[in-house]
Design a protein around this ligand. Structure first.
Ligand SMILES: *[C@@H]1O[C@H](CO)[C@@H](O)[C@H](O)[C@H]1NC(C)=O
Ligand SMILES: *[C@@H]1O[C@H](CO)[C@@H](O)[C@H](O)[C@H]1NC(C)=O
Ligand SMILES: *[C@@H]1O[C@H](CO)[C@@H](O)[C@H](O)[C@H]1NC(C)=O
Ligand SMILES: *[C@@H]1O[C@H](CO)[C@@H](O)[C@H](O)[C@H]1NC(C)=O
Length: 750
C-alpha cells in the first residue's frame, strides 16, 4: 500500500488530476515490473493495465437531403446575421424546425460559443431540449471555459419542475460520456456534474459517477470530493460512511488536502469519535499537511462537546504557539464548556484573551458568559458584562435578558427581574415562552403566586402557549404554599390540555404533600406516577425520605433508601444529608457514623453539612472527644470546615472549658474570613469570664458590639457591673441603654 501511495504522489499531476492518461500508463508499466513482488497490492492497476477505457465516438443520425438543405440554410443565415435578434433571424424556418435539426446545426456552429447559446436559448423557448442536446451544449460551454453555464444547465435539469427528475441519473451520465469526445473533451465537465449531484443530494449517484469516471482515467477533483464529504457528513448516517470514502477515494488517486482532513475531523467528532479525530489531526501534521485554524477549532469543539476541558486548554495553547486564531464559534464552545463545568472565572479569562487577540466577541459569546455567571449565582459579574456589552455597542438579545432575569430570580431579586422584563417589552424585543416561564417560576419561588398567575394569563393573551415547564413552575409554587387543592385543580387543567406531566411536576406535588406532612398521600402519588409510566428519581426518593426522617420514622426512610438502590438510582449528597440529619435528630449517632462510613465507601463525597450534623449532636452531648474525632475525619477527606462547623466546635469547646482550643479555632476561622455567630461570641466571652480572663472577654465584647451584634442579657449585666465597679459610669449607662434597646427589639422581634 505504501508503494501505491508514493506512486500516486509522484505521477498524479497535482493541478489537473483528471488529465492523467499518462499516469495510468506509467503506473501500469510499473505494475508489471513490481507485480512480481507485491502482486496483490496492485490489483486495481492490474485490472486497468490495459489502460483506461476510451470515450465513445459520437454517431448522430444522418440528415436526409431535405434536412441537410434546411440545416445549411439556417447555419448560413445565423452566421451572416450574428447581431440580429435570433427570433427574427430564425422566423422563416420555425415551422419546419425539428429537434434533430438542432444538433445538426450545432455541428456547424459549435466553435461560435455565443451563437450556440443564443440558438439553445431560442430552442428552449419553444420546446424542452432533448437530453442529448442539453449534454452537447454543456460540453461546448465547458470547452469554452464557461463552467458556470455548464453548472446551470446541469442544475436546471435536476431542479426545474418541467424536467422529468425521475429520469435516472445514469442516463444523464451515459449521455455526458457519449457526447464527451466529439463535443468538448474537457474532463472538467464530469467534475461539474459531480458537484451538481452532490448539491441536489444525489449522493450515491455522485459516488457511482466517481467510479465510472475512473474507468475512463478521470479522477474527480479534490474540490468536488470535499463537497461530497462535507455533504455526507451533514447527517449522522452519512458521517458513518465518511471514513470509508476517505480511504477508498484516496486509494483511487484523490489527493486529499487540509480542507478534506478538516471535514473528516468534523465528521468524526460528530459521531463522538473525538479521539479518532484527534489522531487524524496528528497524522495530518506527520504527513506534512498544514493544520489550520479550522482543524484546531473543529477539534476543540469536539472536545468541548465531550467536556474534556484539559485537552481543550492544551489545544488552545497549541493554536496560540502556531499563531492560529480560533474563531468565534470555537471560543463560544470553550466558554460554554467552562461555564457548564462551573469554571466561570476561567471562561471569562478566555473572553479577555480573545479581546487581547483583537477578536471582537459577539453577543452570543457575551450571552453565554452572562448565563454562566447567572447560573453560578454571581449576578454582579453578569451585570458587569452586560454593561461592557452595551458600552461596546453589542446589543443584548432576548436570550441575554432571559439569562439575567433567571439569575435575578434565583437570587430572589424579583423586582429587578421584573424591571428587566419591562425593559425587554419597552425595547420591543420578542418575549417568548421561555422568558415568561423563567419569570413565572421566579414569582412562584418567591411565594407571589397571584402575580405568577397574572403573568400566565398575560402570556396566554399574547398568544403564547404555556408548556409543561410553565405549569410545573405554577404547581410547584402552589405546593410550596401548601395550596394542594388549587394545585390539584391546576393539574386537571393541565391534563385537559393534553400536556403530559413530567417528573418535575410530580416531584413538586410529592414535595408539597410531604411539606404538609401528608406522607401517605405522597406515597400514593408516587405509585400513580409509576402507573403513568413516569419513574421516581433520586429527588423523589430523597423528598420522601426527608419526610420520614422528619417524622422520626427512620425505618421507613431506610427502607426507601434500599428501594432506591435496588432500582439502580444513585443517592446524592443531599440524600445522605437528609438521612444523616434524620439519624442525628433521632439520637441514633452510631447509625449516623455508620452511614458516613458507608457513604465514603460508595465514593459519594459528603460535605461539611454532613459532618456538622453529627458534630452538633456529639457536642450537645458534651462529647468533645467524639466531636473532634469527626472534625478530623472532615479534614482527612480534604473538606473545608464552614462557618457552621467552627460555630459548633467553638461553642462545644467553650462549654467544656477548653478555652485554648476554642481560641485557636476562633483565630483560624477569622483568618479564613468567616464571621463569628452571636452564639459563638457569647460562648467565648462567657468562657473567658469563667476562666477569669477578663481582658480577652472585654476585647471580644467590644468587637461584638462594633459589629452591631447583641450579646445576651446575662453578658450585658456582667459588663455593666464590671464597668460600674471600675468607675466607668458613661460606659455603664451606654451599655444599659443598649441592653434595653436590644431586649425590646428582641421581644418585638419574637
Ligand atoms: C483544498 O483543495 C481545494 C481544491 O483543490 C481548494 O479549493 C482548497 O483551497 C484547498 N484547501 C486547502 C486548505 O488547501
Ligand atoms: C463574581 O465573579 C467575579 C469575576 O470572576 C469574581 O471576582 C467575584 O469574586 C465573584 N463574586 C462572587 C460573589 O462569587
Ligand atoms: C436587585 O438588583 C438590583 C440591580 O442589580 C440591585 O440594585 C438591588 O440592590 C437588588 N436588590 C436586592 C434585594 O438584592
Ligand atoms: C452540602 O450539601 C447540602 C445538600 O444536602 C447543601 O444544601 C449544602 O449547601 C452543602 N454544603 C456545603 C458546605 O457545600
Amino acid at each position: 500500500m505504501m508503494m501505491k501511495k508514493y506512486k500516486t504522489t509522484i505521477f498524479l499531476p497535482t493541478r489537473y488530476p483528471h488529465y492523467y492518461h499518462c499516469q495510468h500508463m506509467l503506473s501500469s508499466f510499473i505494475c508489471l515490473l513490481s507485480s512480481f513482488h507485491a502482486a496483490h497490492s496492485f490489483r486495481r492497476n492490474f485490472s486497468s493495465s490495459l489502460g483506461p477505457r476510451h470515450f465513445p465516438d459520437y454517431s448522430p443520425k444522418k440528415p436526409t437531403i431535405k434536412d441537410s438543405q434546411l440545416v445549411h440554410n439556417i447555419c448560413t443565415t445565423i452566421k451572416q446575421r450574428p447581431f440580429d435578434p435570433i427570433q427574427r433571424v430564425l422566423k422563416p424556418f420555425e415551422s419546419r424546425f425539428k429537434s434533430d435539426h438542432f444538433i445538426w446545426v450545432l455541428m456547424d456552429i459549435k466553435d461560435q460559443y455565443n451563437l450556440v447559446l443564443n440558438f439553445f436559448h431560442w430552442l428552449c423557448l419553444r420546446r424542452s431540449p432533448s437530453l442529448e442536446a442539453r449534454c452537447i451544449v454543456i460540453q461546448i460551454s465547458v470547452a469554452a471555459k464557461d463552467p458556470k453555464m455548464a453548472h446551470g444547465l446541469i442544475h436546471d435539469f435536476w431542479t426545474k419542475p418541467n424536467v422529468d427528475a425521475s429520469l435516472p441519473f445514469t442516463l444523464f451520465m451515459e449521455k455526458l460520456i457519449y457526447t464527451y469526445k466529439d463535443w468538448g473533451s474537457n474532463p472538467h465537465v464530469f467534475d461539474i456534474f459531480f458537484q451538481v449531484l452532490v448539491q441536489v443530494g444525489i449522493l450515491d449517484g455522485a459516488k457511482k459517477l466517481f467510479y465510472k469516471m475512473l474507468n475512463y482515467g478521470v479522477v474527480i477533483s479534490v474540490d468536488s470530493c470535499n463537497m461530497y464529504l462535507s455533504q455526507l457528513s451533514k447527517n449522522i448516517d452519512g458521517c458513518k460512511t465518511t471514513p470509508r470514502i476517505f480511504s477508498e477515494f484516496s486509494e483511487e488517486g484523490v489527493k486529499w488536502n487540509t480542507t478534506s482532513h478538516n471535514i473528516m475531523i468534523h465528521a468524526l467528532c460528530r459521531m463522538g469519535k473525538v479521539k479518532e479525530a484527534h489522531n487524524l489531526l496528528l497524522q495530518m501534521e506527520l504527513r506534512g499537511y498544514m493544520c489550520d485554524a479550522v482543524s484546531f477549532s473543529t477539534m476543540i469543539n469536539g472536545y468541548c462537546q465531550i467536556g474534556e476541558y484539559n485537552v481543550v486548554l492544551k489545544l488552545m495553547d497549541e493554536m496560540q504557539i502556531k499563531g492560529l486564531k480560533p474563531n468565534m464559534f470555537t471560543l463560544n464552545s470553550v466558554i460554554f464548556l467552562l461555564c457548564k463545568i462551573g469554571k466561570v472565572a476561567d471562561a471569562e479569562k478566555v473572553l479577555r484573551e480573545m479581546i487581547y487577540q483583537k477578536i471582537v466577541p459577539d453577543k452570543v459569546v457575551y450571552t453565554t458568559l452572562i448565563d454562566g455567571f447567572c447560573k453560578a449565582g454571581n449576578v454582579t459579574a453578569a451585570y458587569r458584562l452586560f454593561e461592557e456589552m452595551r458600552r461596546k455597542n453589542i446589543f443584548p438579545d432576548p436570550v441575554t435578558y432571559t439569562a439575567l432575569i433567571s439569575g435575578n430570580c434565583q437570587k430572589g431579586n424579583i423586582s429587578e427581574a421584573y424591571s428587566l422584563f419591562l425593559e425587554m417589552r419597552n425595547r420591543e424585543m420578542e418575549v417568548d415562552e421561555v422568558t415568561y416561564t423563567v419569570l413565572i417560576d421566579g414569582y412562584c419561588k418567591d411565594g407571589q403566586i397571584k402575580e405568577a398567575f397574572s403573568l400566565h394569563n398575560q402570556m396566554v393573551r399574547m398568544g403564547l402557549t404555556p408548556n409543561i415547564v410553565t405549569y410545573t413552575a405554577l404547581v410547584d409554587g402552589l405546593c410550596k404554599q401548601g395550596e394542594m387543592d388549587t394545585a390539584n385543580e391546576l393539574l386537571l387543567e393541565i391534563c385537559a390540555k393534553g400536556l403530559k406531566l413530567n417528573i418535575c411536576t410530580y416531584n413538586s406535588l410529592v414535595n408539597g404533600l410531604c411539606k404538609l406532612g401528608n406522607i401517605v398521600q405522597a406515597i400514593k402519588l408516587v405509585e400513580d406516577m409509576e402507573v403513568a409510566g413516569i419513574y421516581p428519581d433520586t429527588y423523589t426518593y430523597t423528598t420522601l425520605m426527608d419526610a420520614y426522617c422528619k417524622a422520626g420514622d427512620m425505618d421507613k426512610a431506610h427502607e426507601l433508601l434500599r428501594r432506591m438502590l435496588d432500582k439502580g438510582l444513585q443517592p446524592t449528597v443531599v440524600t445522605f444529608n437528609v438521612l444523616m440529619n434524620g439519624f442525628c435528630m433521632a439520637g441514633m449517632l452510631e447509625d449516623g457514623k455508620r452511614l458516613l462510613k458507608w457513604m465514603l465507601e460508595k465514593g459519594i463525597m459528603p460535605n461539611a453539612t454532613t459532618y456538622n450534623s453529627l458534630m452538633k449532636q456529639y457536642s450537645i452531648r458534651n462529647d468533645m472527644h467524639a466531636t473532634t474525632e469527626i472534625y478530623r475525619g472532615l479534614l482527612g477527606e480534604g473538606l473545608s470546615p464552614n462557618a457552621n462547623t467552627y460555630d459548633i466546635l467553638i461553642r462545644g469547646h467553650c462549654k467544656a472549658r477548653n478555652m485554648k482550643e476554642a481560641w485557636f479555632l476562633h483565630k483560624e476561622m477569622v483568618e479564613k474570613g468567616y464571621d463569628l455567630s452571636v452564639n459563638a461570641y457569647n460562648a467565648l466571652i462567657k468562657g473567658f469570664i469563667k476562666r477569669k480572663r477578663i481582658q480577652e472577654a472585654k476585647t471580644l465584647f467590644d468587637e461584638m458590639r462594633k459589629k452591631g451584634l447583641a450579646a445576651d442579657r446575662e453578658l450585658y449585666g456582667i459588663f455593666m457591673d464590671m464597668n460600674y465597679h471600675e468607675g466607668n459610669l458613661d460606659l455603664t449607662l451606654e451599655l444599659c441603654d443598649e441592653a434595653l434597646e436590644k431586649s425590646i427589639v428582641d421581644k418585638t422581634g419574637k
